[in-house]
Design a protein around this ligand. Structure first.
Ligand SMILES: [Zn+2]
Length: 123
């Protein structure tokens, strides 16, 4: 009886190992060039890709908050844009890209702020 149960256990663990091996093989590109390669070439494995995808979201959300805060920091009388991103007082983590640490580009004339990181141009 116990031998039957351990055989099932063995089969289950072998199955799990195979599934994991396939996941990592696909993630590390063993099956040729897969779609979904990032423009900045970061994140080679499945885990790496999802980590950077999460950081992309942080970048997008940072830019959203910076834009809102810039709107608030506008001169209420003149309607002029703030001198720098620092005037939003969000903290230094909000002025650079969480993926590549490039500082965000701020144009005082238009009040536009954008990320210069590869693939983040449209954020
Ligand atoms: Zn970015």
């Amino acid at each position: 009886m116990t031998s039957g149960r351990s055989l099932v256990g063995l089969l289950v663990s072998v199955g799990l190992v195979v599934v994991l091996a396939v996941v990592f093989a696909v993630g590390s590109g063993l099956f040729g060039e897969k779609s979904g390669k990032r423009k900045d070439g970061k994140g080679e494995t499945v885990i790496g890709k999802s980590m950077y995808a999460a950081k992309d979201d942080v970048c997008r959300s940072n830019l959203g908050q910076v834009r809102q805060s810039l709107e608030i920091a506008k001169d209420p009388v003149e309607g002029t844009n703030p001198e720098s991103l620092e005037e939003t007082k969000l903290g230094n983590d909000f002025y650079k890209c969480p993926v590549g640490s490039e500082p965000y580009e701020y144009d005082k004339a238009t009040g536009q702020v954008k990320c210069v990181h590869l693939g983040h141009e449209k954020y």
